[in-house]
Design a protein around this ligand. Structure first.
Ligand code: RTP
Ligand code: MG
Length: 147
């Protein structure tokens, strides 16, 4: 099964959207194998967004993601990276489909609620910034009727 990494940005937590966003992720069949709330340190933020270093939005982005606690997770599923990016929607919420997470709740490019890794390689790299191997859980999802 493919793994992807996501975290809910500070405005998701501040707006009380944690449950709603995770519900949509679970509803789509993703299996949560790691989950925690934390504050992102400056060094972790720089490492996470190193591909954007030097761009005009880099410093404001770093400040925003450190402005409050975030909720980080590792998700498993078939084609998980691509499928989560579709569920999350386009970077700019004004261009994201209304059924997507950003299309439903997003208000600006910066405050677009959630990060989702853009490749299997990024997912592995980003998951390692936030989680130790011992924090990743192994279990089976119970399909209705198997209870
Ligand atoms: P993410 O990494 O957060 O999942 O979002 P993404 O792949 O859709 O977007 P990316 O290009 O990786 O950009 C990372 C985050 O930087 C902020 N951003 N601001 N022009 C701008 O002001 C601008 N462009 C990007 C967004 O918050 C984006 O999620
Ligand atoms: Mg990205």
């Amino acid at each position: 099964m493919e793994r992807t990494f996501a975290y809910l940005k500070p405005n998701s937590i501040q707006r009380g959207l944690v449950g709603e966003i995770i519900r949509r992720i679970e509803e789509k069949g993703f299996k949560i194998v790691a989950l925690k709330m934390l504050r992102i340190s400056e060094s972790r933020a720089r490492e996470l967004y190193r591909e954007h270093a030097g761009k005009e939005f880099y410093e404001p982005l770093l400040a925003f993601v450190q402005s409050g606690p975030v909720v980080a997770m590792i998700l498993e599923g078939e084609d998980a990276v691509k499928r989560l990016r579709v569920l999350v929607g386009k970077t700019d919420p004004t261009e994201a489909y209304p059924g997507s997470i950003r299309g439903s709740f997003g208000v600006s490019v910066r405050k677009n609620l959630i990060h989702a890794s853009d490749s299997v390689e990024s997912a592995e790299r980003e998951a390692r910034i936030f989680f130790d191997e011992s924090e990743i859980n192994d279990y089976s999802l119970v399909i209705e009727g198997q209870l």
